[in-house]
Design a protein around this ligand. Sequence first.
Ligand code: GLY
Ligand code: MN
Ligand code: MN
Length: 427
Amino acid sequence: MQNTLYITHLNVLLQRYREALIHFKLDAIVISSGSVSYYYHDDNSHPFKPYAGAQQWLPFDLPSDCFIVIKHDKTELIWPAKQDFWHQINAIPEGDWQKAWRLTPVNNDKWCQALPSRCALIGPATLSNVAFSDALETWLNYDRAIKTEYEIECISRASKVGVKGHVAAQNAFLSGASEFEIHCAYLSATLQDSAYTPYPNIVGINEHAATLHYEHKDRNRPFRPLTLLVDAGASEFGYASDITRTTTVLDDDFTALKNDIDRLQQTIASKAVAGKSFIDLHNEMLLGTTTVLRQHDICRLSTEEQIDKRIPHHFIPHGLGHLLGLQVHDVGGRQTDRDGSVLPAPTDSPFLRLTRTLQENMVITIEPGLYFIPMLLDQLKANTANHGCNVNKIEQLIPYGGIRIEDNVVVGVENVNNLTRHAFAEL
Ligand code: GLY
Ligand code: MN
Ligand code: MN
């Protein structure tokens, strides 16, 4: 990646942090990457993921035990240079990025004694002389929603890697693989191990596609595979892609349903422009779902009646999408200012993670779906008078599990840059 993209990104971050230094009357902000943690009573460690607020500053995968010190005119990276013959010692990565940094290798924590007294910490660490600031972290989280060109390039690269995995997963499914084998095909095609993926791969065949966060991988392929839902991404310098595709094998009504959800997904994605309320977009997705339910004779009620009785909510219980970045569900999705005011999710869509009005260069997911979740369908039948649903048809569709189509898009002023569709088109 061009160093100029990174340097411009760094300057945007510096500007945001300078404003925070002034607002909180600080002379320095310390950001920790975090430390390795261990399984209970075990000397095996959990896979390490750096704190996103630290990772944001550097164009390589940040290891544990790093600290970043930001002053008004200086960026310093405190690098762990322990003596250790058990573990790989991380060398400081080479590259032009170093020109913008003061690098301080350390093998103890004396460095923090030189910090100014007006100093605050964010991230998962405890320093004896610097207090953690929740308010500062909240302030900085708000701005993380707006991505720099460097960040968009990272997510775009992560999307290109992710779609290679999706194609490999689909081919594996169509060639007779089990969920576990499809998962392995995905990892192999994306050159990731399961600790490196931005979130645990979801690979569900048939009814498993109806479990929203199905993380088990069955080693036995079912007798009659009908549907494959894969929700999986990739990482680039800590930035995630978050992509879902649903594959069917028969030319039947469920495949027609999937194609209609795909069309709905593209229509909704094309409206994700600056100034649009994401709650409104979510509600437009629910309206579109009522039409699909009626066209497929799943629910015979009018759109108004379906919304009134919350029918689509039983078939699509999650939100339309979320902010995407260093965290898959990136921070600040319901924050309406730097101080931490929050716009909650609507009461009928409590899982909507993004309630903000869209702004240029937000990166978000658009992920409508339609699932046959027995628990929710039982609730619908038990609690909704005159629900208008075709129970026989629904029974026939339950073995297919469900559908989700998820793209990663960059919000523009007039247009939407759909990173996922572009990546598939380029393959
Ligand atoms: N992969 C989790 C999600 O789509 O939100
Ligand atoms: Mn998602
Ligand atoms: Mn996903």
